[in-house]
Structure formats: structure tokens, C-alpha cells
Design a binder for this molecule. Sequence first.
Ligand SMILES: Nc1ncnc2c1ncn2[C@@H]1O[C@H](COP(=O)(O)OP(=O)(O)OP(=O)(O)O)[C@@H](O)[C@H]1O
Length: 616
Amino acid sequence: MSGHHLGSALRLLRLLWSAGRGLTAAIVVIRLVDKLIPAATAVVVALLVERVGLLSNAQGIGAALLPLAAFGVVLFVGHAVEAGMEPLSYLAQQRIDGAHRTSVLRLVADSPTIDVLERSETQRLIRLAEADPDDFSQRTPGQAALAQAEQLTNAVGVAAACLVVARFAWWLVPLLLIPALIRARLRHRQRLEWIGLWRSNLDGLLRADRWSDTLVSAGVAKDLRVFGLSEWAVRRGEDLHTARCEPLFALWMRHIRGQWRTFLLATLPLLVAFTVVVASTVLGRHSIAMATAVLSAGAALFAMLEQGDNGVSRMSGLEALKAYDELHALFTAASRPAPTPPATRYDSPPYLVRFRQLSFAYTGATRPVLEGLDLDIRPGELLAIVGLNGAGKSTLIKLLAGLYEPTGGQILLDRGRAMPHLGSDEWRKRIAVVFQDFVKYELSAADNVTLGRPGAARDASVLRAAARDAGLQPVLDRLPEGWRTPLARSRTGGVDLSGGQWQKIVLTRALYGVRTGAELLVLDEPTAHLDVRTEFEVFQRLMEQRGKAAVVLISHRLSTVRRADRIVLLDGGRITEAGTHDELIALDGTYARLFAIQAERFRNGSQEPITEGEAR
Ligand SMILES: Nc1ncnc2c1ncn2[C@@H]1O[C@H](COP(=O)(O)OP(=O)(O)OP(=O)(O)O)[C@@H](O)[C@H]1O
């Protein structure tokens, strides 16, 4: 066994050990006994045959009672270990796989930033590490650990069967063992080939599955019908499915045609061995008892070396563990906190957050989104950030929430005082964020709001106040179970909300955060789905109820942002204009042009977004 194989075997055995010492010991003992049963059966059957051969009429059956009883004990023990094997193995596998899956989840969830998570390599490793038990080609680490134990105990069983055979003639051992090993190897290779082909086809498989899911999803049902795409979509799903299955079927047929090799490897040596044993017994060189023992031990040897799925289980389970190791290395490298900037004294007005010469580029992107951006967020102010589509407004918010590390420059907190790392739990408790693509949790209305403050005790009066401020009360009044109503039709008693109603839920979530201590409220397009009147009311209440919290607001509706204390224009990766609405209009720059175009469009009832060409 090479060092690599030995290391892998030890790792899997350690994993089994982690399922519990008592459980591991029980599994190993049970499997050992199970593997010794064929050799034991061969021996007791031989004893029985021998005793029966010596019996005369006068002795009666009484003389055969002892070997009969021994045979009965072996049968009973065989049956008992078989009954215990499955539940104990299942328990160990569940413990190992449960702990493994929790580690994968924790690794991914604990990562403060999301850039590593967005890489396709990370997603591939997560899929491998999760070892989906429904995927034909994947085995879990628990399955691999049990397969390792099986292989180990198997070796003991094979050795015992060899000992019985060697009692007849030593050369029968290699005669049976070598072809049995070659046959096992061949079968293992065929399995790997099959799995390799399945995996190389994984993209097709995923595409076919996604296609089937899409076809039956409620969201796509509208388009399929309206555009008359149903027949085309079904046929495409069918084609993908056929394309995926055909190569697998061809390989299967090739393996079936090659079966003669494994058949000969199993039958020829056994036939030779059996002929020799029978001939030698007929010639009186050995007893019938000995012949019986050798014949049954020889057949058991072949059965034990047919490893079944063990080899694949070990290989695939180890892949899952290796993927976990690689993920661990990726996330550990990414979560190393950037050095805290030294405390600095500034003569500028107080700030809560300062972006200093901030630059950021997404991994793999050729151009930075932000480049040398300077901006302060002052305590208690209402700061509006405006800019064209793709200017980088949401990116700036994600950096503020610590979801990405800046690629250049600094983000200073609290006037440069040493602060917890941006993105740490401590920082996240101080901000409440509503993202443009917020998550609609399939939970109750109350849970959807209080998720804004995980871990904090739920306060009904704060919940009510936040709902009032966000204008949620009319929505709640129409929910069958009020706050307790699940917000998903797929759940019993659940309802679907409209885009605008969801936006109010999420606004309530943010305001709940502010009422329970957040000092900075960040709203990325919070009112895009609301009609103009509701937007005005929500905004008004937001301004009145935000208390001492600073608000950063991103909105394309310049009529909404005009009431902000300060408006900044993000263009070309940096802030190009800053001031109050009146100051920016007086400046007569890009903001003034955007505002004029939007006012004109509003008068004409148009919702068209403003393009870069129009703004220049
Ligand atoms: N996760 C990501 N990976 C790579 N590029 C991204 C990612 N998210 C955004 N981008 C790119 O970064 C640029 C800025 O996007 P961002 O969403 O920050 O703009 P925005 O100003 O918020 O736009 P909008 O007004 O349309 O919401 C865009 O070119 C976008 O394609």
C-alpha cells in the first residue's frame, strides 16, 4: 500500500472513530465476525461431514449433536451480525455525514465576504464537498469510512478462508486468490469508467434537470403559454435527456459484451481447484470433510474479493473530504481580516464611515467598478447616492456591509478609531441594509421582519411601530393570520405578496433594525415597486422615524432623493458631484441634466431609464 493510500485509509478510519468509540468498536467487531463466518461455516460443515461419515447405526444421531450444535451456533451468529450491521452502520454514517455537512455549511456561512462564494470554482467544490446522496456518482464521507472498515475486515476474512484452503494444498491459495484479485480490479475499473462518463456528462445532466424544473415552475408557466413555447420546451427537455443517456447506455453494452473475461476469471480457477479437490478425494488422499471445507472456503474467497461498491465509495467519499479541505483553504485565506488602519486625527467634520481613495474590481473583471472614491457618511444625515445603471451604487453598499474587501484604499469607521473589522458581527449590528435583490423568506410575516435583528428578543411593540412607519399595516390587515401568515403560497395557509407589498415587509425589517439599535440604515432602491403616493408617504415616515440613525439611500427617482440632506453623484467609479438638491441644480452639471430629463419624462408619463448618452 503506497503512503498516499495508507494516509487516506487512516483518515477514513479516524473519521469512523469520530462517530463514537463504542459504535466504531461494535461495527468493527460485527464486520470481523461477519467476515469470519464463511471460514467458520466451512470448518463446522467439514466437522459435521466427518462425524456423519464415522457414524454407525448403533451410535444413533446423538453422536452428531455436537457438530450440529456448532453449525447452529455459526448460523445464529451469522444471522445476528447481519441484523445488527445495517442499523449500526446507518447510525455511524448519519453521525459522520451530519457532522461533515454541518462543517461545510459553517465554513460557507461563516465567511464574512461573498466574493469567494461567487467564484464558479467555489460552487463546484461546495457541490463536491456536500456529496449529495441522491447523485448516483457521489458517495458521502460516512459511506467511505464504512467502506474502509469493510475493506479492512474483509482482508481478515480472506486470510481466514485462505488458511482453510491452504490446509488442503498451499498452491491452491494463489490459484484462487490471484484471478479473484484481477477480477475485482477489472470490476472496479468498469465502475470508475461508468462514473467518469456520468460525471463528464454532469453539465448535460444539470441542464436537463434545470430544464425540467423550469418547465414546471409557476414563474415560467406564464411565458410558456403566452409565447406558445410549451411543445418546443418539452422537446428540448427530451433531447437533453436522450443526449445524456445514450453514451451511458453504449458503455453499459460494451461492459456487458466484455463480461466473458470476468466470467472466466471467476469460473476457470474455481473449476480447476474443484476438480483437483474432487479427484484427490476420490483417490482417497483426502477426506470428504476436507474436500467440503476447501470447496466452500474457495467459493467464499471469490465472493469476499468481489468488493462491490467499496472501492468507489472510498474514492468518492475521499473526494468530498478533499473538496472540503480545498474550500477550507480558500475561505481561510479570504477571511483573514485586513489590517486595521491606524487611528488618525482629522480636522474634518465627524463621520460614521469614510471611504478614502476606495477602489474595487470584481474577481476576474477587467475594469474596476470604483476607482479612487472619496466619501463620508456623517452621523444622522440622510445621504442619497445617485448614478446611472451600472455606476457601482450597489457595489458601494456591498463594500459598506463588508461583503467584499476593497481592492484599494480604505473604509474607516468612527473617525478612524480602532473599530471591529468591517463585516464583523459587531459592525453588522450597527447597520440595517435593504438590498435591491432582497430575499423573500418562506417564513411568517413576523419572522421576515425580525430576521433584521437575529438573536435579539422579539419585541411586539417595536414590531408594530416599525410596521406603522413602513406603511405595512394595511398589508397585515389583509393577511388571514396577520403577523403569523406564512409569506409563500407553497406553505399551508400561506399567501403570495405583490412586489410592492414585499418591499414594505423589507422596509419594516430595516426599520425594526433601526428601532433596535442600528445606527446606519442603508436602502438600495427601497421604493422602486411602490406607487408614487405610497412612496411619498413611506419616505415621509421614514424621515420622521429614523431617530438618530444615518440613512444612505439609493434611488433612481430623483423626486425621492431631492429631500436628502446631501446628494452625491457616482460616475466613472468616483463621486463627481455633491451637495443639496438646490446646490446641484445650481451647479448645472450631470445631476441637473438627469433631474431635468426625469421631470420631463414624468410629465410625459414615461418610465424609460436614462441612458449614458442622454446624461452627458
Ligand atoms: N457579483 C458581481 N460580479 C461581477 N460583476 C458585478 C457583480 N455585481 C455587479 N457587477 C458589475 O459591477 C458594475 C456595477 O454594478 P452595480 O450593481 O454596483 O451598479 P448600480 O449602480 O447599483 O446599478 P443599478 O442602478 O442598475 O442597480 C456593473 O457593471 C455590474 O455588471
